[in-house]
Design a protein around this ligand. Structure first.
Ligand SMILES: Nc1ncnc2c1ncn2[C@@H]1O[C@H](COP(=O)(O)OP(=O)(O)OP(=O)(O)O)[C@@H](O)[C@H]1O
Ligand SMILES: [Mg+2]
Length: 261
């Protein structure tokens, strides 16, 4: 006789989304009465579906039509979730970058971030003015949205970030700092665009150091040439960025010149 008790939720097997070919997520379970109106429906089949959904049996105990009923339910739920995330992205992305799409590398990074956020290095996108750094970064954020996961993200230019964090009467800028610093994926555009003051350097250091210590992934851009980043950002910030970031170097002409009428 044992006095140990395992809550039923711990005894259940989780739904095997990989076996179903559906991205993992938190979805509402299918309603078995919907199965009962399909041509393949039998009471035994409904019982098997219920047994699978409550974690008592494995997927291979189901008839193909029963597994397909479950698969289709979760595939539709995943697609609904993906569309919601993309719509959210489309309401937040600045209009100019609404057409940005992730490159193959950006898609792989986005997928890695949602699967292994602690284990994915941040991105430092560098290149001269107008080479497409901001466009690239929004493409990456779209890639995250397209995974359909609830990974949170926030995007700021460094200048807007400092404006948000500047101490102001009636506003708890420390609480704002914590919210921003803890975002799942933080995009800070145009680091070192202006010469850092003692205050902006301290804020940037605290932010980068927090992300560095917590191994939280981010996307940073700068048009300062890599060799000058140390001078522009200071040793402490540049050193952390070097360790925590994959560098993406964009080359070429200022794309805006080609667009001028
Ligand atoms: N891959 C792309 N396809 C189509 N348009 C692009 C692409 N990359 C950038 N652009 C467009 O080129 C212009 C400049 O891009 P962007 O603003 O991303 O440059 P940037 O490197 O961030 O410049 P800055 O250093 O001044 O911030 C924008 O109008 C952007 O939409
Ligand atoms: Mg830019």
């Amino acid at each position: 006789m044992t006095s140990e008790w395992t809550p039923p939720s711990k005894r259940r097997r989780p739904i095997d989304f990989a076996a179903l070919g559906v991205p993992a997520g938190r979805y509402v379970l299918p309603d078995v009465t919907d199965f009962l109106v399909t041509p393949a429906a039998t009471p035994e089949g409904a019982g098997r579906i219920n047994a699978y959904l409550t974690g008592e049996t494995t997927l291979d105990t189901l008839q193909p039509a029963e597994a397909e009923f479950i698969r289709r339910h979760f595939a539709e739920a995943a697609e609904g979730q993906r569309q919601k995330c993309v719509t959210y992205f489309e309401t937040k992305v600045p209009r100019r970058y609404a057409a940005a799409r992730p490159s193959t590398i950006a898609t792989a990074w986005a997928q890695s971030v949602v699967r292994n956020p602690d284990d994915t290095r941040s991105l430092l996108i560098v290149g001269p003015t107008g080479t497409g750094k901001t466009h690239y970064a929004y493409g990456v954020l779209r890639g995250i949205a397209e995974t359909g996961t609830t990974t949170g993200w926030a995007a700021y230019t460094a200048a807007d970030l400092y404006a948000q964090l500047r101490p102001r009467a009636g506003r708890d800028s420390e609480a704002t700092f914590e919210t921003i610093a803890d975002t799942d994926v933080l995009f800070v555009d145009d680091l070192a665009a202006a010469k850092l003051t003692e205050w902006t350097e301290e804020v940037t250091y605290r932010l980068i150091n927090h992300r560095y210590e917590q191994c939280k992934p981010g996307i940073f851009t700068s048009n300062v040439p890599p060799a000058q980043l140390r001078d522009a950002l200071g040793e402490r910030i540049a050193s952390r960025l070097t360790e925590m970031c994959e560098r993406i170097v964009l080359k070429g002409d200022d794309r805006r010149k080609g667009m001028a009428a």
